[in-house]
Design a protein around this ligand. Structure first.
Ligand code: ADP
Length: 302
């Protein structure tokens, strides 16, 4: 953990103005060791960041080309629209470009050509702090602060009342667990406190995001499956947090995205197939092959 602290502190000073779960975000994005330079516009467009204030946002990738380094293009013209409140899933092999898409949505990097748009405007037209406040993320692995479990949830929206924190915890199905702890919401967690399981940490992250109430949600599904019971609890909590919210899910288990409004199948930086689960099965292409490889129907019953 000490190894992690240096870079996190460094990022803390870089992004000192951004107080919203950025540690998680940077960690999830695998960017802890990189400093990224994207500039705020001189006259940023205002944008409402909370679902309660403005409803879900529209997300669009319009013919996006992108390279981390000039000699190697990673995304070769990716286009899709996530209508307000819809759920778009991205699947594909490792290295296909799935995480890159979420990094571009948060504008950790700028596109080479094309545009990433939120509510019909290029993300470059907004202040970065506003953009990142409007988008929430539930990462694969959540880093907890060495602080109380209550603070770890409240971090989603500093200034929230205890009542609001507990309501978020209830919706994330972690409230009863917290009450069972020796000091309830005041229980110390993190490296120097109580160690939480992967499933518990993820529900803390979900509660934090419910409190943040962003207009867009990015779910980065864990590669390794949790046990069935934990998995069901997590799925129920994720359903709550993604309800009504425009949701982009980077999926590994296809059983969790059968209800997606659109599934994008990515390969080598391109969308090679797209459609609903049923349409993609009927097309008998790559997605159908992946579905069969994951056990087909059995995967949804388990
Ligand atoms: P996925 O999430 O689908 O596994 P990624 O979006 O992480 O794929 O990566 C897409 C491609 O971009 C891969 O070839 C990967 O090696 C490359 N890549 C990812 N991050 C960086 C980086 N920071 N610098 C250079 N290349 C990168």
């Amino acid at each position: 953990l000490l190894q992690l602290y240096g870079p996190l502190n460094f990022l803390g000073s870089v992004y000192s103005g951004i107080r919203t779960a950025l540690v998680d975000l940077e960690h999830m994005m695998g960017l802890v060791d990189e400093s990224i330079e994207v500039a705020d516009p001189a006259h940023p467009l205002p944008i409402a960041t909370r679902l309660a204030d403005a409803g879900p946002a529209e997300v669009e990738f319009r013919n996006v080309h992108f390279s981390y380094r000039p000699e190697r293009e990673i995304l070769h013209g990716v286009s899709f629209v996530a209508a307000p409140g819809s759920k778009v899933a991205i699947v594909g092999t490792t290295g296909a470009g799935k995480s890159t898409i979420s990094r571009l949505l948060f504008r950790f990097y700028d596109v080479s050509s094309g545009s990433v748009r939120l509510d019909g405007h290029d993300v470059r037209d907004y202040r970065q702090a506003d953009l990142r406040a409007a988008i929430g993320v539930v990462p694969q692995d959540t880093v907890l602060f060495n602080d109380t479990i209550g603070y770890n949830i409240a971090y989603g929206r500093l200034g929230a009342t205890q009542e609001e924190v507990e309501q978020a915890a209830r919706l994330a199905q972690i409230h009863d667990f917290i009450l069972s702890l020796p000091e309830g919401y005041a229980t110390q967690v993190g490296e120097r406190g109580l160690k939480l399981s992967g499933g518990e940490k993820q529900r803390v992250a979900i509660a934090r995001t419910i409190l943040k109430d962003p207009r867009v949600l990015v779910l980065d599904e864990a590669t390794s499956a949790l046990d069935t019971h934990t998995e069901q609890e997590i799925q129920a909590a994720l359903k709550t947090v993604s309800a009504r919210r425009t949701t982009l899910v980077i999926a590994h288990r296809l059983s969790t995205i059968v209800d997606a409004d659109e599934i994008l199948v990515m390969e080598h930086g391109q969308v090679v197939e797209r459609g609903t689960h049923e349409a993609l099965l009927a097309a008998q292409g790559r997605y159908a092959g992946m579905w069969a490889a994951q056990g087909g129907e059995a995967a949804t019953e388990g």
